[in-house]
Ligand binder design. Structure first.
Ligand code: UDP
Length: 374
């Protein structure tokens, strides 16, 4: 059967390639970097023997049973619950904001009902339809908690005032009126036993898949393929004709040593005067392994220059029109499907990326079956 092209070997590209190969197509995958798994890439640090999340912490969590079943076909997932701590104003708190956080922060002994009523009283009821991150926070948790936990961290993370960011970013985090400190509210959560790169390698390990590493894909090569699935940056595909879409990139400063550096996997630093956003201690992402040494990454966020690796799509309210033009162009492009975080310019979790990749192939196969051009 004719060749299909897949650009990028992150979760989007790998799942699409695998599904197409399973459906009987020959697939060629082009990955610009020298490794697979995109920004989920994991690598065993030779100095400490610890499995490092090279591009920052990735914890797998989902509510989608199909996605959970799918990833479990390719690797063993170890039980893992993300419990984040945060330093704010020189004190350590539990995140996401929960009953312990509220009681410690305000020096109270509230029960769930009292805490809910108290926090409701802190919110600004005058904000009827919160649009920005800041409005969403002020509406639901009030200024004190917003300033302590979100304002400084968000300015460091995104480089702009939370007033310029969409409310959707804050909606990622729950506020709880019990002592549940699980960062995620999803039914399935875990860590791939041998890391994300091993998982993606398994996905790509199929006789009908040819993987090219360190291989850029030129748009002109499209004609050689029946269809191309593109998970690179949408603006790059169109030669940046509408300007560059804004991203944040991350810099990591490694800390190596003996023993336990901070006692947990992720410690956020919410105060603005501390230049980094968080420190991740990687051996705590794999609690089933034993290590005497330790490896941490201090994480710094900054604006992504053209030569940097893009991480977080910024999606400022004022960039909406530019993005819409790219989305229109992508829709009009025949023979190419734009997928994933970079291809659709959205802040996607791994599980959503995988669900959309599975659905993309479902749709492609249905269209082929019906003889509809894509
Ligand atoms: N956030 C914050 N303080 C924190 C943790 C998160 O202000 O201690 C905000 C910040 O704007 C961040 C967003 O909430 O970008 C989403 O947090 P999440 O932990 O989902 O970020 P990720 O792990 O994807 O970087």
């Amino acid at each position: 059967m004719a060749n299909l092209g897949v650009v990028g070997a992150g979760f989007s590209g790998a799942v699409i390639a695998r599904q197409l190969a399973e459906a009987g197509y020959a697939v060629e995958v082009f990955e610009r970097r020298g490794h697979v798994a995109g920004n989920c890439h994991t690598w065993r640090d030779p100095e400490t023997g610890i499995l490092a999340h090279v591009y920052g912490p990735h914890i797998f969590h989902t509510d989608n049973a199909r996605v959970w079943r799918y990833v479990n076909q390719y690797t063993r997932f170890e039980p893992y619950t993300n419990r984040v701590k945060a330093v704010a104003g020189g004190r350590v708190f539990s995140l996401p904001i929960n009953l312990l956080t509220i009681n410690q922060f305000f020096g109270k002994t509230f029960n769930p009902q009292e805490a809910a009523a108290f926090v409701a009283g802190l919110g600004d009821a005058g904000i009827v339809d919160p649009q920005s991150f800041e409005e969403q926070a002020l509406r639901f948790i009030g200024r004190e908690l917003y300033t302590a936990f979100f304002e400084g961290y968000t300015i460091k993370q995104w480089g702009v005032s939370p007033a310029e960011l969409p409310a959707s970013i804050l909606k990622r985090l729950p506020v709880r009126f019990n002592y549940d400190d699980n960062y995620f509210a999803h039914s399935y959560q875990g860590m791939p036993h041998a890391g994300y790169t091993a998982l993606v390698e398994r996905l790509l390990d199929h006789p009908a898949i040819v993987l090219h590493l360190d291989a850029a894909f030129e748009r002109e090569a499209c004609g050689d393929y029946l269809h191309v699935f593109y998970s690179g940056p949408i603006d790059a595909w169109f030669g940046y004709t509408e300007g560059r879409l804004g991203y944040r990139t991350l810099d990591f400063e490694p800390i190596r040593g003996e023993g336990d550096f901070q006692g947990c996997a992720v410690l956020n630093y919410c105060d603005r005067d501390i230049p980094y956003t968080r420190i991740s201690e990687h051996k705590h992402f794999a609690p089933w392994e034993r290590h005497d040494k330790t490896l941490c990454f201090k994480e710094f966020s900054r604006y992504c220059e053209p030569s940097d690796i893009p991480y977080y799509p910024i999606r400022l309210v004022r960039e909406k029109a530019q993005l819409s033009r790219y989305v229109e162009m992508a829709r009009a492009e025949r023979g190419v499907t734009f997928v994933g975080r970079l291809g659709t310019y959205r802040y996607l979790d791994m599980d959503v990326t995988i669900r959309e990749a599975l659905e993309t192939v479902d749709l492609f196969l249905a269209a082929r079956h019906l003889g509809v051009a894509m």
